[in-house]
Write a protein that binds this ligand. Structure first.
Ligand code: URP
Ligand code: ZN
Ligand code: ZN
Ligand code: ZN
Length: 496
């Protein structure tokens, strides 16, 4: 029999194993139908030439076509950039706008955005962001939308004036999520510490981009992380703290995990590779010297931390198992755009507070961790797969179709070059497929890159023959509950 696609002569990597290169993968109708040592033939055959064959990347934290980043990526450019970096599944956010309590309408709006330019190059789901919970909404449209759209995760904030929730509101959401089998993602930074420092900085006219890092100290993340864990513990509910950057905050997660609590951590490339120096206007890494504002390109929250030791601490927690998922937090804004990063430069005066937060990184997430983690020997290929595909698929209810390589699962793959086959290069922004005018990783050296990205049996990125060659065939993903957390003890009767 002939398959739609056969992939062979590569080393299949899962979160637990590396299989020998004698295995053939037979794919029909977008599904992995056979894994065998017998030779297979297909309408198309890909010789992986000894390179790693990994499950397609699952990027479970990306911001696409959100109102708060009007100079960012839309679904076309964001998903194009995803597949060009080896990612086949993304989970962007559908944000509840102010005074909108019909969450069905909120998600409908994001479906329209996803379809606006002919759809998405990769598969996608939505997390909900709840910014204004009301009891009626949590009773009615919240379960309705989770049910109708098969959404099983919600992000909430402890900071940003527009989004932050009180501890009581957080508890209410944890309880609602527990009742609806929904996983909570928390952005944990203490907003009063930040506001207090901000006001001092403003009164002293310390408004350069660099002061963004001063305004959001590690203690703000430490305190809010500990508090979020405490609140989650009251309800005994699974929770992931997103974009963690701080060793003492990660220590709280580690302690909670040691106590067998269902507490998870996410980190992102920027907290492994970039220090706060990048926000200084005279940082040696900047492309155009003389532009005093370009530190704004590196404004994200939590901010880039001060020292190389801070980065090392995050690496350590990535390796020792505290960190559960490695996502991009792709939250791009063009630099040279009045609604982008330059929004924070009015009449030549910088105001870091007015700069849209976030960095682009959907396309560089996997190559960065592969080149500097796997190829440098800091993490195993299996650990790479666990952090970038398997765990996010398990945590967000996609593991029946995504996140690993096995018979019956979606035929989503990232195939890497065999060692030494790809000519190493220094990254420039024009190599990337987002619609953003810079990359924070300009000039970094790459020794490997996804050679092929395959979504449900379709080659959507072929680096040596046409680049992004796929169509916008991405599907909306209906998700199940998390399988990482295990089962919960009975809900305390006073919370029933
Ligand atoms: O700086 C960031 N990460 N901005 C995006 C919004 C968020 O907090 O996730
Ligand atoms: Zn956040
Ligand atoms: Zn520098
Ligand atoms: Zn984010």
């Amino acid at each position: 029999m002939s398959y739609d696609l056969v992939i062979y002569n590569g080393r299949i990597v899962t979160a637990s194993d590396i299989l020998p290169s004698s295995i053939y993968i037979g794919i029909n109708n977008g599904i992995i139908e056979t894994l065998t040592t017998s030779k297979l033939s297909g309408k198309r055959e890909i010789d992986a030439e000894g390179g790693y064959i990994m499950p397609g990347g699952v990027d479970s934290h990306v911001h696409i076509d959100q109102d708060n980043a009007p100079a960012g990526d839309n679904f076309e450019s964001g998903s194009r950039s995803a597949v060009a970096g080896g990612t086949t599944t993304i989970i962007p956010f559908a944000i509840q706008p102010k005074k909108e309590y019909d969450l069905l309408k909120v998600v409908e709006e994001y479906h329209q955005r996803a379809n606006k330019h002919g759809g998405s190059y990769c598969d996608y789901g939505f997390h909900l962001i709840i910014s204004e919970p009301t009891p009626e909404m949590l009773e009615k449209t919240f379960p309705a939308v989770c049910n109708k759209e098969a959404i099983t995760s919600v992000k909430v904030y402890t900071t940003y004036p527009r989004y932050k929730l009180s501890d009581e509101q957080l508890l209410q959401i944890f309880l609602t999520n527990r009742k609806n089998n929904v996983t909570t993602m928390v952005h944990a930074e203490n907003s009063d510490i930040i506001d207090f420092i901000n006001n001092k900085l403003m009164s002293k006219k310390m408004t350069d981009p660099f002061f963004h890092t001063v305004s959001r100290p590690q203690l703000a993340e430490d305190e809010a992380s500990y508090r979020a864990i405490s609140l989650a513990k009251v309800i005994d509910v699974p929770m992931l703290i997103v974009h963690m950057s701080c060793e003492s905050a990660l220590d709280h997660v580690k302690k909670a995990q040691t106590d067998l609590l269902p507490i998870f951590a996410e980190t992102c490339p920027q907290y492994l590779f970039l220090t706060g120096d990048y926000l200084k206007h005279d940082c040696c890494h900047h492309s155009s010297q003389g532009d005093e504002f370009q530190g704004a390109k590196y404004i994200c929250s939590p901010p880039l931390r001060a020292t190389q030791q801070d980065l090392e601490a995050v690496w350590k927690n990535l390796i020792n198992g505290t960190v559960t998922v490695f996502s991009s937090d792709h939250a791009p804004s063009n630099y040279d755009h009045p609604l982008g990063k330059k929004k924070g430069l009015v009449n030549g005066i910088p105001h870091f507070k007015d700069v849209p937060n976030g960095l682009p990184g959907i396309e560089t997430r996997l190559p960065l961790l592969f080149c500097y983690g796997v190829e440098k020997g800091r993490i195993t290929p299996q650990k790479f797969v666990e952090l970038t595909a398997t765990n996010p698929a398990k945590l967000y209810g996609l593991s029946e179709t995504k996140g690993t390589i096995g018979v019956g699962l979606d035929a989503d793959f990232t195939i890497w070059y065999p060692e030494g086959k790809m000519e190493r290069f220094s990254l420039t922004n024009d190599m990337l497929h987002h619609s953003i005018d810079y990359t924070p990783y300009e000039g970094m050296e790459f020794t490997n890159w996804p050679r092929y990205t395959i979504l449900r049996g379709n080659v959507c990125f072929d680096r040596d023959n046409g680049g992004v060659v796929g169509d916008k065939v991405g599907n909306y993903l209906r998700r199940k509950g998390s399988v990482l957390a295990g089962s919960r003890a009975k809900l305390n009767p006073i919370f029933q």
